[in-house]
Design a protein around this ligand. Sequence first.
Ligand code: PLP
Length: 479
Amino acid sequence: MEPELFQNNEDGRKAFSELGSKVIDWIVDYYKRIEEFPVRSKVAPGDVYRQFPDSFPAQPIRDDEVFRVLNEVIIPGMTHWQHPQFYAFFPGNTSFPSIAAEMITSGIAAQCMIWESSPVAAELEQRCMEWCRDLLGLPKNWEGVIQDTASTATLTALLTAREWKSGYRVSKRGFEGTVYRIYCSSQAHSSVEKAVRLAGFGTDHLVQIQVDENLSLIPEKLESAIKEDLKNGFVPTCVISTFGTTSTGAIDPVNEISDITSRYGLWHHVDAAYAGTALMLEEFSFLSNGLEGADSFVFNPHKWMFVQFDCTAYFVREPDLLVRTMSINPSYLATVYGDRVNDYRDWGIPLGRRFRALKLWMTLQLLGIDAIKERLRFHISLAKGIEEKLIKDRVLEIAYPRSFNIITFRIKREIDDDGRLTKQLSLEINESGKAYMTHAVVQERGFIRWVTGQTYTQERHVDEAWQLIYQILDRIISI
Ligand code: PLP
């Protein structure tokens, strides 16, 4: 007999309603208890795998059993990104409106590849991108599209730059021996190197430009590298600048880079994956000066804007160049609407698309911009508090200047000359399960990143994390 949950009839909907209520109760309970869980999962490789049988069940199992596995196997295997002591990587925040919106998106379960396949998905996406553009103070003539990740957006930017620079020849005839060169700082995210590789440029042709003491790209070095490449017969094609690097939050001088790219005819892509959100705060709006000279820009509402993964906002100055690179027109996707609509399959790599605009819209509707800005400022104030403590500390020091809510710190060189103790400190913080931070190495020196951007982090969490650090320090060094 077929399970009730497989039928859209009275019994099936009743069974779904019961299951749905249990799911909501489970999520509510998860948030109530989230601080009881170790932030980073304590399982060892293979532990979880071994607890699952060799095959799927032929017959349905009871949902009680599913919830048992959820609680006893799945939850212990999770790292809890919504735990207020999550300070690692960059946050992947959510909020209750975003969770609710994802439920509706799943409920409707549409595939939004072209306008006709769900007109509202396309038109709400267009509106949401305009709102985000204006909220961040990005140039009014830019248009945006939602993508899955910043990595995909950067690959999209490089493919567009490649086609634009080659007069749309590479996609047809291949590289024909021409060497196209791409530039970024030595601090750019690894997704840049990956995109260079996947777009066929060859990683030998990714030129890493030197940075200054704040880890920002030095424009003069960029210009010299471009000149040198021109002398050698290469084709300088694209500069990727970073607005908030992953290791330390450094900001490249976007304005000066735009001057150079326009002077030499290069594409300028700005990777603002994390820190782009800060541009909505009036006190940082000056940082958007010069963005009008860029060709494309990406930021992730799924990092620090309380809209959950996946939701990347990708903006371009000239959508026609993007569409010309990405569109392909088999007869079965042809529609009668032409230029009157945006078919977003032509604005990115995949054909199939989720209805991501719904969660962006619903989150911003139900939270409101003022509360979001307040929460961002609160996160930054937490980081400032840590910075003040570090400035006065006898054992710990700031590694690189604080950027927004990104703190980098390490044990002072006179106590930890080879960085081994700083590494041990980070391992012990994470193994404790009480907080989760990331160890990074820049210019051969290690440090710990402490990003105070989790939706629910409060002052007491930061204080507890500071105490944890000192409990570990007490043990590993004699203070
Ligand atoms: N760019 C920067 C500066 C990042 O910090 C990250 C991830 O942390 C990325 C790109 C990649 O983001 P995504 O996971 O959305 O591809």
